[in-house]
Design a protein around this ligand. Structure first.
Ligand code: NAP
Length: 247
């Protein structure tokens, strides 16, 4: 049974990931929520092999507790060591607190810090602690949920420019992806593949009603990319329709 771990799943894209993955009885799904999140929608789509755990990616301590719980309670079970490992890790949780019209000459440092904490430090610690707990398969596939706004190449020609703090945080997440893809292999996970993903502009609370894509279309596309990843795709930036995105 393939084991999936999706971070940030009570609504939006994360919820749709769980809905599609939990529809197959062959999948083990580890789905995380913040401690005080409303789990109503998630519990409706969860299967008997879905494990809902708490993880606030803005808190290093919370991510640490989560990684310990995964290793002890889900992967190893109550009766000692098992060979179960996470095959697919989708680090989806993210925030966009940037006012759309804020530019780089009026950065709000508090908002930027919050976005760096959730969009960069959180994904870094999720992977770090799961590697430390030996919770990942040697050929684990990891998606860091980025954004087109994180692309330096595309941003150079973007007009009007928007959401500066968010785009800074997603550009940093892209760079984190480059480092993680190399570092994880150096730690013995020799066939691991780490990519950044742009889900497209999707109708969620973050994307808004005017967005172009329905969540089911974006998620189906991302799962197709995820399942098709080859070892040589390590350290790349994809869109949900399977195209490569420039860094
Ligand atoms: N929708 C789009 O068009 C779009 C485009 C490009 C990139 N993205 C990226 O795709 C990802 C998902 O976006 P979305 O559209 O589904 O956004 P969303 O509707 O705002 O959902 C965000 C999810 O992240 C969770 N989250 C936020 N802060 C968290 C934290 N500190 N710890 C754990 N979970 C946290 C939220 O949980 P709570 O309910 O507890 O807040 C929620 O489940 C994000 O990384 C976003 O940047 C989205």
């Amino acid at each position: 049974m393939p084991t999936y771990c999706v971070i940030g799943t009570n609504r939006g894209l994360g919820l749709e990931f769980v809905r599609q993955l939990a529809a197959s009885p062959d999948n083990i799904v580890i789905a995380t929520v913040r401690p005080d999140a409303d789990r109503t929608d998630l519990e409706k789509v969860a299967s008997p092999t879905t494990h809902i755990l708490e993880c606030d990616t803005a808190s290093v301590q919370s991510v640490h507790i989560f990684s310990n719980q995964v290793a002890r309670n889900v992967l190893n079970g109550a009766d000692g060591p098992s060979t179960t490992k996470i095959d697919y890790l989708i680090v989806n949780a993210g925030v966009n607190g940037s006012p759309k019209d804020q530019d780089s000459l009026a950065l709000n440092p508090v908002l930027l810090s919050e976005q760096i904490a959730v969009n960069v430090v959180g994904p870094a610690k999720v992977l770090e602690f799961l590697v430390d707990r030996k919770a990942l398969s040697p050929s684990v596939r990891v998606i860091n949920m980025s954004s087109g706004l994180g692309s330096l190449a595309l941003s150079a020609d973007m007009s009007p420019r928007k959401s500066v703090g968010y785009s800074l945080s997603k550009a940093a997440l892209n760079m984190l992806t480059v480092h993680q893809g190399h570092d994880i292999r150096a730690r013995g996970l020799a066939q691991a593949v780490v990519i950044a993903m742009d889900p497209g502009w999707v109708k969620t609370r973050m994307g808004g009603e005017g967005a172009l894509l329905e969540p089911d279309v974006s998620i189906a596309g991302m799962l197709k990319v995820l399942h098709g990843l080859k070892d040589e795709d390590n350290v790349s930036f994809y869109t949900s329709d399977g195209a490569r995105k420039p860094w």
